[in-house]
Design a protein around this ligand. Structure first.
Ligand code: NAD
Length: 483
């Protein structure tokens, strides 16, 4: 039996600073993806719990939080960041078991969560308004004010990082929050909210209601008392979230995933590129919105790149999270089925290489990382987000064709370009449709400072960095006539 050693009860919600059982008393089973075993249960919050959480978040706006200086809000966030740092080992273990993340990857998420608290804590008192030169006799200035009650719907792939960037920015700007974590991975959300209480966040400022998307999630997005919604997840759910929010005329940030390319030219530094080419596809078993699932390679180096990527794939080891190998299990049997279904569509495509299973328990949700070659740009496997450890390699002949293929999906989240030609770097950085473009790297270390978000079906709005703080505030213009 997996020992979670939790210091809180995951069958409860955290509302108004109190651990409370869901009003209807429901629970959902909790599984360990590494072996498929049922290891506990979590709260199944419903619309009734969302009502209570929104009421608590609304009331908290007029409590000490509403009157607190930005500097004091920042201090609480920075204290919280230090507490997260002190508990990195606990958070790492919990996330590894809950999500099936290899330990090193789970640890990186916990460290990132602490860093988000530090960054947004430091930024809280640095969000400035402007004075606007205007007619004689007027002084005009702008104020950035919090939206009010913000709803946060978080997926299972990077709970800690996504909570850090979304709740962190919302709190720094003075909002209150209702967080609906994913039903497949809610433990670190509850742990974080418990720490926030201990760090001095006033009751009701951060409320967590675990539960199903169709129940707690839908209730949160449709709630008339919510003033902003931040959603990360699938395109289909994102559309439903935006439709629900539109009925209340509420702004929405959508972060919906992608089919992100890495474009490799003949003059690329392959020694540097190769680890990025593979890691960007298999990190977190490919369950990453910004995973690079398409590798576009100039024909002059296509065979060499394919061969060298295949060698790396052949050495990839897949196994339980606690073994801390290259790749862990997928999150759920459902996700395993979806990814296996995609691999079933490979048909005549060449499987260049696959990773190997090592001591992977029966019942775990494993899929061997798979590198596919000979893929046409319009093949469904080169178009659809697979959300598993699968990459396709596509040859191209010139720069225009590379750009056309790179931009030839419904998505536009991130992209990278590998070339030593400075002019080409600048041209492609402009020509590629994406929220982030990396030149001779991929992901830039995931820096919390770097605005992140999509175009097209990858969504809209920006998370991370200072930019996110604009999204979590509404601008007021004050025009004073003084003669
Ligand atoms: P999902 O979109 O269904 O779930 C994401 C979050 O939304 C969860 O918290 C879920 O409970 C909630 N949700 C679900 N239905 C809702 C509704 N009607 N109203 C409000 N909230 C709702 O994603 P999933 O089912 O967990 O994964 C399916 C696919 O989504 C994956 O295969 C992948 O392609 C994609 N995905 C993308 C990301 C990303 O980072 N962009 C993250 C997770 C999943």
């Amino acid at each position: 039996m997996t020992d979670l050693a939790l210091w809180f009860d995951p069958s409860k919600c955290l509302i108004n600073g109190e651990w409370v059982a869901p009003i209807k008393g429901g629970t959902l089973p909790l599984y360990d993806p590494s072996n498929g075993a049922e290891i506990g249960s979590i709260a199944r919050g419903t619309a009734e719990d969302i009502d209570a959480a929104v009421a608590a978040a609304e009331a908290a706006r007029s409590g000490p939080w509403g009157r607190m200086s930005a500097a004091e809000r920042g201090r609480i966030l920075m204290r919280l960041g230090r507490m997260v740092e002190e508990r990195v080992d606990d958070l790492t273990r919990i996330e590894a078991i809950d999500v099936g993340k290899p330990l090193k990857q789970a640890r990186a998420d916990a460290v990132a969560l602490a860093r988000y608290c530090e960054f947004y804590g430091g930024a809280a008192d640095k969000l400035l308004g402007e004075t606007i030169p205007y007619l004689d006799g007027y002084t005009v200035y702008t104020l950035r004010e919090p939206h009010g009650v913000t709803g946060h719907i978080v997926p299972w792939n990077y709970p800690m990082q996504i909570i850090g960037r979304s709740v962190g920015a919302a709190l720094a700007t003075g909002n209150t929050c209702v967080l609906k974590p994913a039903e497949d991975a809610c433990l670190t959300a509850l742990a974080f909210a418990d720490m926030a209480k201990a760090a001095g966040l006033p009751d009701g400022v951060l409320n967590v209601v675990p539960g199903l998307g169709a129940e707690a999630g839908a209730a949160l997005t449709a709630h008339p008392g919510v003033h902003h919604i931040s959603f990360t997840g699938s395109v289909g759910t994102g559309i439903m979230v935006q439709e629900a929010a539109a009925k209340n005329v509420v702004p929405v940030t959508l972060e919906l995933g992608g089919k992100s390319p890495q474009v490799v030219f003949g003059d690329a530094d392959l020694e540097r590129a190769l680890p990025f080419l593979v890691n960007a596809g298999i990190q977190n078993a490919g369950q990453t919105c910004s995973a690079s699932s398409r590798i576009l390679v100039h024909r002059s180096v296509h065979d060499e790149v394919l061969e060298r990527m295949a060698a790396r794939y052949g050495a990839l080891q897949v196994g339980p999270a606690m073994a801390d190998l290259d790749v862990g299990p997928l999150i759920s049997a459902k996700q395993q089925g979806l990814v296996s279904g995609f691999l079933g569509m490979a048909g005549d495509l060449e499987t260049a290489a696959q990773g190997v299973l090592r001591d992977a328990p029966n019942g775990g949700y494993y899929v061997r990382p798979t590198l596919l070659a000979g893929v046409k740009p319009h093949h469904p496997l080169a178009q659809k987000e697979i959300f598993g450890p699968v990459q396709v390699v596509i040859p191209f002949d010139d720069e225009d064709e590379a750009v056309a293929i790179a931009n030839g999906t419904d998505y536009g989240l991130v992209a990278s370009v590998w070339t030593q030609d400075g002019g080409r770097q600048m041209r492609l950085a402009r020509a590629i449709c994406a929220g982030q473009v990396f030149l001779n790297n991929y992901g830039a270390g995931g820096g919390v400072e770097l605005p992140f978000g999509g175009r097209g079906k990858s969504g809209h709005g920006r998370e991370k960095g200072f930019e996110a703080m604009y999204g979590f505030t509404t601008l007021k213009t004050v025009a004073a006539w003084h003669g």
